[in-house]
Design a protein around this ligand. Sequence first.
Ligand code: ADP
Length: 586
Amino acid sequence: MKPIDYQQPSKLRIFTAFYRPHARLFALDMGCATAIALIDLVFPLASRYALNNLLPNSIYSTFFVLMGSLLAMYLLRGVLNYIVTYWGHTLGVRMEANMRRDLFSHLQSLPFTFYDKHRTGQLMSRVTTDLFEITELAHHGPEDLFLSIITLVGSFAVLFTIHWQLALVLLCLVPLALLFTISQRRRMSGSSRKVKERMAAINADIESAISGARVAKAFTNEDYEIERFAVGNEQFKTAKGGFYSSMALFHSGIELMANVFNVLVVAVGGWFMMRGSMDINDLVVFILYVSTFLSPIRRLTAFVEQYATGMAGFSRFLELMRIQPDITDTSDATTLSAVQGRIDFNDVTFAYDESQNVLEHLSLHVEPGKMLALVGPSGAGKTTLCHLIPRFYDSTSGTITIDGHDIRGVTLRSLRQNVGIVSQEVFLFAGTVRENIAYGRVDATESEIVDAAKRAEIYESILEMPDGLDTYVGERGMRLSGGQKQRIAIARIFLKNPPILLLDEATSALDTVTERRIQASFDQLAKGRTTFVIAHRLSTVERADEIIYIDKQGIRERGTHQQLMAADGLYAALQRSHPAEKENDA
Ligand code: ADP
């Protein structure tokens, strides 16, 4: 199946494209629905025939055959209805699942900048609840629209043959009903969209409050959290109230119209009877048809409602799908392979937003297998600098090359496969220790996982855990200590085995034993790899081949530890201000 073009302007076209893979199911659904509509049209006609021709002439045998056939038709209608309900909804669910699949893989393709701007809970809402009503719309939408048209046209065709004057009176009322319906659709779409936005905001609040529940307790700020949540909840209530108000107006309007239709038919029909141009049987048939074609109007009503809520969800879905990742492979991107590990920053400038450059005209060169330590005050741009190498962000100007290849000219996949990252805050997925280590290379064998764990100095601790490698780490690794998490992150990188390494040393104080073990595994890991390390410890900088001191004004000093200490500049001052760390490492 060819992928859907989300950039085309027509929302409806994109929506209908989701029917394409399920064309047969759709045809079955619509076929059965049409048969149902035709059966509904037959009943008043058959009644009229019985009233006019069979009963007055006492042709009872034919009358009962006719009634028997009607019964059979209604049996068939029951079966058709089952098919429409079951398979129609199945069609809708399949379409919804396809949308969700597309959205999920799209989210995976979006860059860091996107995740910097969007709240987790809101995104969750978009992948889950926003798409819920799509099933209903996808299935009932075309069916309701199509059926209403068939029944309306069919009923009028019959009514005109019976008594065209009365039919004409009725026909004049239909545009009124349609006009009302269409005008209400807008209102309802708007309010439904607001409801979805508020729901997403609530989800975001809940997500944030639940992940921060421990912090809230530590600060005894539970009441503050409750109050904050109440604001969002109140806004949701107002939005939903707005939606129900437009829905109530719409339903009452439609009901009113239906009743006016009924009264009008009887009144005008009575008037025609008084004038002698209509008989009682025809009037009965008219009344029967009015109820037949009120059902398409009700269907239209349902359609309008579904369209409003379903399309609001679909629009929000489209909004996300239309965001194009700004960091992608160029059409002629090559695969980065057999990496030696020489890294060059050539006159690199970078800004998160236009207002302020974080890095300005920065150049540096690191030979394969060497270790570069980045030191300097927090907020200087050390993490940012590291994040440019795997293209989490793209530099505003200047180039970064690996072995002389511009990183923008190689595929993202091959680039990132060659870079390993251990950040300060290790993220573990809810699952077992084994799964979390294997995340470094999902096809790793058991012995490779054990080997990686040993090299990361975590294997012994794992053996002490209740279920060994199968121990559940809790959400985000909550059940493990900081040191254990770090070492699992290191084990991942051993499995991945990339030639380039980015390390962000933990600033938080770990006990000396843990500290040493992590240091030992860092050293193991860095062997033979080009390493950028955001260093906080003396032991690390002493080992580095080059140290770069960076602050808001850019690179201020560079050299080895001895050279920089001898120069007695900013770096030396920084080292002198951390006597505790020196003791720690002694
Ligand atoms: P360091 O690692 O040296 O502490 P960072 O690279 O984390 O510094 O941050 C450098 C600057 O960029 C800081 O002013 C910080 O506020 C800003 N910054 C960091 N990450 C982002 C982001 N995702 N979006 C916008 N600004 C950011």
